[in-house]
Design a protein around this ligand. Structure first.
Ligand code: PLP
Length: 461
C-alpha cells in the first residue's frame, strides 16, 4: 500500500492556477515519469523495495511512496491531486465508485450506535445506503426535509457523527444552504459531508461555505465520457478532530487497525482522508484501478469546456420547455420561482448553471413514458454528467426503491423526467424534445391544447 500522503509528483503547484489549468497540469511532471507527456497508466499491483529497510520505512510511514495498489498508485495520485486543488482541499482519495466514496466517508466517522443527519433531497442510491444498509449496520439516520435544514439543532444527538447533503441535489436540482447547515453542525462539533457530484467544483466549492469533507461520483461530470465508474473523497483540512475527541475518538486515539498511529498527529493536514485510506479503504478494498484513474483524468481535462457548453445548452432547453404547452412544470434553479433560486445566486460560482433539468407533463406518468420512448437523440439510461444528453424517469429507475412518502420528500413525482444536458448542438436537442413531446400526447383537441397553455403560464414555477 502507499502511505496516506496525497502525492504531489510535480512538487508544490502554482497557487494561482485557474481551474481550467489545474485540470490539465496539476500534480504531474513528465520529467519524473520517463518524460512521458501523458500521465502513464501504472498497471501494477505492487511497488519495488530497494531493500528491507525501505520496505519497513514505507510501512512505518517514515518514507513516502506507494507500496500496493489497493491504497493507491501514481496514476491515481495525479487524479487525487487535481481534485484536491479544484475543490480547495488539502488532499483527496480516489476510490472505486461514487457509492464507495459515500460509504467510506461515512464509515470514517460513524460506526454501530452512531447517527447521521441527511437531507431528504438525495440520489436514490445514497438514500438506500443510508436508510437501509447503514441501518442494518446499526447506524441510524434522520432524514431532514429542505425546510428543516435551517433548524437542525433539535435533531442532533451525542451520537451524531455527520450531516450529509448534496450541494445540488439529484434529480431535484435543489441547492443546499451550505453555510447555514455548516454553522449549525459546527456549533455542535459535527462534521459536514457534501456530495458535490451534480455541481462540480467549477460551479460550487463546498469548502468555501463551511463543508468539511466533499465526495463525488467521478462517474458523472468529472469523467464526462460515460466510460468509467469512480469516486472521490476530498479533505477540507480545517475540521479540528483532535479537539472533538469525545465525538470522534478515532482521530486522536492510537488506531489499532493502522500500527497504533494517532491519525491527527501523523497526518495533521489531512487526517480525514488519511484515516479513510489507511483504515477504511485498506480493509474494504474498493480501490480505483489505474486504467480507470487514467480515463477519469482524460475526462477531467475538458471539464471546464464541457460545463461551459452544458450551461448554455441548459439555458436553451429551459427556454424551450417553459414555453411548451404540454409541459406543466419545469424545475431548475435558474428559474426565479424555484424555491432555491436565492441559494443558487448565493452559492453558484460564475456564469455556469447545473445541467440537470426536471420536468413534468400535463399527461402525467403515461405522457412521460410516451415522451421518453419517443426520444431519438437523448439517450435513455441512468447516468448524469455525460457529454451526451441523457434522460431518465427517476421514480421508475434511480429512485424506485423509495416509498411514496420518500419520493414526495425527494421532490420526485411518478411522471418526473430528469434530463442531463450534454454538449450536442442545442438545435438538435430541441428538435428531439419537440418531436418527443408531440408523441407524448394521446389525441388532443386544439381546445385542450389551449387550456394547457394557459395553465402552463399560470403554473410554471
Ligand atoms: N452521488 C450522486 C449525486 C449520484 O448521482 C450518484 C449516481 O448517480 C452517486 C453519488 C453514486 O455514484 P456511482 O454511480 O459512481 O457509484
Amino acid at each position: 500500500m502507499s502511505n496516506a500522503a496525497p502525492s504531489s509528483p510535480s512538487g508544490a503547484p502554482p497557487a494561482d492556477w485557474h481551474a481550467d489549468t489545474i485540470v490539465l497540469h496539476a500534480g504531474y511532471n513528465g520529467h519524473d515519469h520517463q518524460r512521458s507527456a501523458a500521465v502513464p497508466i501504472y498497471q501494477t499491483t505492487s511497488f519495488l523495495f530497494e531493500n528491507a529497510q525501505q520496505g519497513a520505512g514505507l510501512f512505518d510511514l517514515e518514507e513516502e511512496g506507494h507500496i500496493y495498489a489497493r491504497t493507491g498508485n501514481p496514476t491515481q495520485s495525479v487524479l487525487e491531486e487535481r481534485i484536491a486543488q479544484l475543490e480547495g482541499g488539502t488532499a483527496a482519495l480516489a476510490v472505486a465508485s461514487g457509492m464507495a466514496a459515500i460509504d467510506m466517508a461515512i464509515a470514517t466517522l460513524a460506526q454501530t450506535g452512531d447517527h447521521v443527519v441527511v437531507a431528504s433531497q438525495l440520489y436514490g442510491g445514497t438514500h438506500n445506503l443510508i436508510a437501509h444498509v447503514l441501518k442494518a449496520r446499526g447506524i441510524t439516520s434522520t432524514l431532514v426535509h429542505r425546510g428543516g435544514l435551517a433548524n437542525l439543532h433539535s435533531v442532533f444527538t451525542q451520537q451524531t457523527k455527520a450531516v450529509f447533503v448534496e450541494s445540488v441535489a439529484n434529480p431535484s436540482g435543489h441547492v443546499a444552504d451550505l453555510a447555514t447547515i455548516a454553522e449549525q453542525a459546527h456549533a455542535h462539533g459535527i462534521a459536514v459531508i457534501v456530495d458535490n457530484t451534480s455541481a462540480t467544483p467549477l460551479l460550487l466549492r463546498p469548502f468555501d461555505h463551511g463543508a468539511d469533507v466533499v465526495v463525488h461520483s467521478a462517474t458523472k461530470y468529472i469523467s464526462g465520457h460515460g466510460t468509467t465508474i469512480g469516486g472521490l473523497i476530498v479533505d477540507g483540512g480545517r475540521f479540528d478532530w483532535a479537539t472533538r475527541r469525545v465525538r470522534y475518538p478515532q482521530f486522536s486515539a492510537p488506531e489499532p487497525a493502522f500500527h497504533d498511529f494517532v491519525i491527527t498527529e501523523k497526518f495533521p493536514d489531512f487526517p480525514f482522508v488519511a484515516r479513510t485510506r489507511t483504515v477504511v479503504l485498506r480493509n474494504s478494498g474498493a480501490s480505483l484501478a489505474a486504467l480507470s484513474s487514467f480515463l477519469l483524468l482524460q475526462g477531467l481535462e475538458t471539464l471546464a469546456l464541457r460545463l461551459d457548453r452544458i450551461s448554455s445548452n441548459t439555458r436553451e432547453v429551459l427556454d424551450f420547455l417553459v414555453q411548451h404547452p404540454l409541459v406543466s412544470r419545469v424545475s431548475h434553479v435558474t428559474l426565479p420561482t424555484h424555491p432555491d433560486h436565492a441559494h443558487a445566486r448565493r452559492y453558484l460560482r460564475g456564469k455556469l448553471v447545473p445541467g440537470l433539468i426536471s420536468f413534468e407533463l400535463y399527461g402525467g406518468r403515461e405522457a412521460a413514458r410516451r415522451f421518453y420512448d419517443a426520444l431519438a437523440l437523448f439517450q435513455r439510461l441512468v447516468n448524469i454528467g455525460d457529454s451526451k444528453s441523457l434522460a431518465a424517469i427517476p421514480a421508475e429507475t434511480t429512485h424506485h426503491l423509495l416509498g411514496d412518502d420518500e419520493l414526495q420528500r425527494a421532490g420526485i413525482s411518478a411522471g418526473l423526467v430528469r434530463q442531463s444536458i450534454g454538449i450536442e448542438h442545442p438545435d438538435d436537442l430541441i428538435a428531439d424534445l419537440r418531436q418527443a413531446l408531440q408523441h407524448s400526447e394521446p389525441v388532443h383537441t386544439a381546445s385542450q391544447r389551449n387550456t394547457s397553455k394557459t395553465l402552463v403560464l399560470e403554473k410554471h414555477p
